[in-house]
Write a protein that binds this ligand. Sequence first.
Ligand SMILES: [Zn+2]
Length: 257
Amino acid sequence: MKIGLIGGTGIYDPEIFKEEERRQVKTPYGISDVSIGEFKGREVFFIARHGKGHAIPPHRVKYRANIYALKSLGVERIISTNSVGAINENLHPKDVVIPDDFIDFTKRRDLTFFDNETVHIDVFDPYCPEIRDALTKAADLTVKKVFKSAVYACTEGPRFETRAEIRMMRTLGCDIVGMVGIPEVVLAREQEICYASVCMVTNYACGILEEKLTVSEVMEIVKENQGNIKKIVTKAIEMVKEERDCECKNALKGARV
Ligand SMILES: [Zn+2]
C-alpha cells in the first residue's frame, strides 16, 4: 500500500524511513518535492508542506500540486500533521487532536481541481474514518490526552487571528484553529484519496489567555512534541488497513452535475 505523509510545522524530513529516492514531480499546478522510502513494508511518500527551512507560508503552499503529485504516484491514503491553536477551553498545549470536521475561513486559495466542470463532492465526513481510527489508536498508545473529534477552523493567515475572530469561532463550535488544513483535505477527497490529520496543540488561540501570541513559544512546543507526533504517525502507518472499506474511493460517484 502506498501512503502519503504531509509533514507540517517542525516536520521537514521523513526521518521515520530511509529515503530511497527524491522526486520533483511536475504537475499542472507546479512542482512538488516528494521523498520516497519504505517503512514496515509500506511505501511512503513524504512531502514537507512548508518546504525546506519552512520557506513556504500557509497561504502559498502548493496544495493542488502536492495532492496531485501524490495521486499521480499512486497514493491512496494520506496522513497529515498540523500545529493548531486551542479554542476549546478543555484543550491545552501538547494535547493531540484528531479533527472530524472543519469550518473554512480561508479567502483566496485554489479550493478545487474542478475549475472547468461542476463537481460537488460530499463532505459529510471530510476526514477519512479509517485513517482517523488508525491515528486515534496510535495516539492513545503514545500520549495521555487525545481528543478524538474536533472542529478545525482554517484561517487564511499568515497573521494570527484577532480576539474577535476567535470569539466568533468559539461561538460557532470550533475547537482548534490552524492555517493549512484547507484546502488539503478537500483536494484529497476530490482525488478520492483517504485523508486524515493529527493535530498538536501548540498554543492557546488569541484571547483565550490574556497573553500575546509569539512564534517562538509555538516553535518551542513544536520542538518538544515532534517525537510524539512522529511516533503517532509511524504507528498509524502500521495500523492503517491494507484494503479500503471507506467511502473515500467513491467520492466522485454522483458528484458531477
Ligand atoms: Zn478513506
